[in-house]
Design a protein around this ligand. Structure first.
Ligand code: CA2
Length: 151
C-alpha cells in the first residue's frame, strides 16, 4: 500500500511553544513520532509534512493523490479560508481525514466556516495530539478498503 500522507498547515511548526492550553504541549516533531509509532502498529507507512504556504499545501495534496493511499490533513487556518485546498481535495482520488488538535466548533465564530470538511471523508477534532493517531487509524481503514471519498 502507498503511504498515508499526513499534511500540516500554517503555524503548526510552532506547536509546543505557545498556547498549550489550546493546542497541547507536544511539538510537531513529537506528533510525527506518535504518528510513526501508530503507523508501525497499523502496518502502514507515512509521509509527514508541514508548510506555511497555501500553494505548497495544494502541491502536497496533489502529490498525495499520486503517491499516497490517503491523506490526514490539519489545514490549520486554511481550513477556514481556502477554496484552493477544498478544490485540491476534491481533485484527488484518495480519501482525506480532517484532523484538528482543538475543537474549532467550540471556539470563535469565524472557525465555523470550514472548506475542508465538505471535501473530507470525516473529521476528528478536540483530542490534542491524539486526534492525529485517531485520524491515521481512520485513514488506514479507508485506504485498506480502497475508499475514494470523491467517487
Ligand atoms: O486545532 C487545530 O488543529 C487548528 O487547526 C489549529 C489552527 C486553527 O486556526 C484551527 O482553527 C484549528 C491554528 C494553528 C496555530 O498553531 C499554533 C501553534 C503554536 C502557537 C500558536 C499557534
Amino acid at each position: 500500500m502507498q503511504p498515508i500522507h499526513i499534511l500540516n498547515g500554517p503555524n503548526l511548526n510552532l506547536l509546543g511553544t505557545r498556547e498549550p492550553a489550546i493546542y497541547g504541549r507536544e511539538s510537531l516533531t513529537d506528533i510525527k513520532a506518535m504518528c510513526a509509532a501508530a503507523a508501525d502498529a497499523l502496518g502502514v507507512s507515512i509521509v509527514f509534512e508541514q508548510t506555511n504556504h497555501e500553494g505548497e499545501l495544494v502541491d502536497q495534496i496533489q502529490r498525495a493523490g499520486k503517491d499516497g493511499s490517503a491523506i490526514v490533513l490539519n489545514a490549520a487556518a486554511y481550513t477556514h479560508t481556502s477554496v484552493a485546498i477544498h478544490d485540491a481535495l476534491k481533485a484527488v482520488a484518495v480519501p482525506c481525514v480532517e484532523v484538528h488538535l482543538s475543537q474549532p466548533a467550540a471556539r470563535e465564530a469565524f472557525r465555523d466556516v470550514n472548506f475542508v470538511a465538505p471535501a473530507a471523508a470525516g473529521s476528528i477534532s478536540g483530542f490534542g495530539a491524539f486526534s492525529y493517531v485517531l485520524g491515521l487509524e481512520a485513514a488506514a481503514r479507508l485506504a485498506k478498503a480502497g475508499a475514494n471519498a470523491n467517487e
